[in-house]
Write a protein that binds this ligand. Structure first.
Ligand SMILES: Nc1ncnc2c1ncn2[C@@H]1O[C@H](COP(=O)(O)OP(=O)(O)OP(=O)(O)O)[C@@H](O)[C@H]1O
Length: 222
C-alpha cells in the first residue's frame, strides 16, 4: 500500500538514518522509541507533510487517503464539532454518525473548549475518519489521559480498526502495553541518527531484512 525509502532526515542535527519500510493494507503498527528519537518526524514523513521525502503508493493507482491524529487535537476553537467536521467534507448527517462512532453523539453543537481532552481527541479522531482513511496515523493518542480514559480510547480504536479491516494504522506510543493491545507489529526507533528495527511483534508479524541498509524491517504480507 505504501513504500518509503530514504537516506536520512536532518534538521540542525541528523535525526533519522536510512530507513526503508512498507505498510500493507490492514497493518496495525505501533511505533515506539525514546522521547526525541524521531517518531513524530517519521509519522510526518508518512503523512506526506515533509516536502523533502516522498513515500510511494503501491497497488491501486488512486491516491492514498490518510487520517492524521496529531498530538494536539487541532480543532478550530471558534467552530462547533459539526463545523469542524464540515471542513473535511462531512455533512450534518455524516458528522452526527461519525461523532456517534467515537462516543460523542449529541455533541455536534459544542465547541472544542467545552470538551475534555479525551473528548477533544475523540472529536479529532472522528475528523480523521471523515476522510475514510486507508492509513490512520495516531501520534500518542493516549498521552495525558487517565488510565480509564486511555483504556476506553484504546478499545474505541480497536473497534474502529475491526470495523474497517483494510485500514492500516501506525500509532506512536511510549508504552509497550499499547503495542501489545493494539498492534500486530511493533516498530522501534533507536539511536542517533535513529534506525528502525523490530523488537517484538504482537499478533503474528513476519520480519524481513533490508539488505540495502542493513535494517530489520517488518512486513506482513497483505
Ligand atoms: N521542525 C523541526 N525543526 C527542528 N528540529 C526539529 C523539528 N521537528 C523535530 N525536531 C527535532 O527532531 C528530533 C526528533 O523530534 P520528534 O518530535 O520527531 O521526536 P519524538 O520521538 O516524536 O519525540 P516525543 O516522543 O518527545 O514526541 C528532536 O530533537 C526535535 O527537537
Amino acid at each position: 500500500m505504501l513504500e518509503l525509502t530514504f537516506e536520512g532526515k536532518s534538521y540542525q542535527q541528523s535525526v533519522l538514518g536510512p530507513i526503508s519500510l512498507r505498510i500493507h493494507r490492514g497493518d496495525r503498527i505501533c511505533l515506539l522509541g525514546p522521547s526525541g528519537v524521531g517518531k513524530t518526524t517519521l509519522l510526518n514523513i508518512l503523512a506526506g507533510l515533509d516536502t523533502e521525502i516522498r513515500a510511494t503508493t503501491t497497488g491501486p493507482s488512486r491516491e492514498l487517503r490518510i487520517g492524521y491524529l496529531f498530538q494536539e487535537p487541532r480543532l478550530l476553537p471558534w467552530r462547533t464539532l459539526y463545523q469542524n467536521l464540515a471542513l473535511v467534507g462531512a455533512n450534518r448527517e455524516r458528522a452526527a454518525h461519525l461523532l456517534g462512532q467515537v462516543g460523542l453523539a449529541g455533541s455536534g453543537h459544542r465547541y472544542p473548549d467545552q470538551l475534555s481532552l479525551g473528548m477533544a481527541r475523540r472529536a479529532a479522531l472522528a475528523r480523521c475518519l471523515a476522510v475514510q482513511p486507508d492509513l490512520l496515523l495516531l501520534d500518542e493518542p493516549f498521552a495525558s489521559l487517565d488510565p480509564e480514559r486511555a483504556s476506553e480510547l484504546q478499545g474505541l480504536i480497536t473497534r474502529l480498526l475491526d470495523q474497517s479491516p483494510s485500514m492500516a494504522m501506525v500509532c506512536v506510543t511510549h508504552d509497550e502495553r499499547d503495542a501489545q493491545a493494539l498492534a500486530s507489529q511493533s516498530w522501534w526507533l533507536e539511536g542517533s541518527p535513529a534506525r528502525l528495527r523490530v523488537a517484538g511483534a504482537g499478533r503474528g508479524a513476519a520480519a524481513e531484512a533490508d539488505s540495502r541498509s542493513g535494517l530489520t524491517l517488518l512486513g506482513r504480507r497483505a
